[in-house]
Ligand binder design. Structure first.
Ligand SMILES: [Zn+2]
Length: 104
């Protein structure tokens, strides 16, 4: 029987996620990817009934983290969160650029 992963295991196996910047956003299913899997608990993020519709996404690794695991691990991984508020990543980036102070 597989041994349950400890917090130390998770920190070692997912060291690339330490201090990662995560985007809190809705998962938009698109064929053939109807759902995303949480990298910690393998729970579905899909928007279907009984499943999460929102999660925390790392653009670099393309990993998703469900809200439960986010709560559980956020303090240890020291994640920075950017709320997307229903925007797509492209829209979000465009808005970020607009906010930049113009060089005179
Ligand atoms: Zn999870």
């Amino acid at each position: 029987m597989a041994r349950k992963r400890t917090l130390e295991d998770e920190l070692r196996l997912k060291a690339y996620l330490i201090e990662a910047t995560l985007h809190e956003k809705e998962y938009v299913p698109s064929f053939p990817k109807e759902f995303a899997l949480c990298v910690f608990c393998w729970g579905h993020i899909s928007g279907r009934a009984q499943e999460y519709s929102e999660g925390f996404h790392d653009e670099e690794s393309q990993d998703w983290i469900c809200p439960d695991c986010f709560e559980k691990y956020a303090a240890y991984f020291a994640w920075k969160v950017i709320p997307m508020k229903g925007k797509t990543f492209a829209e979000f980036l465009a808005e970020e650029e607009e906010l930049e102070v113009p060089i005179i």
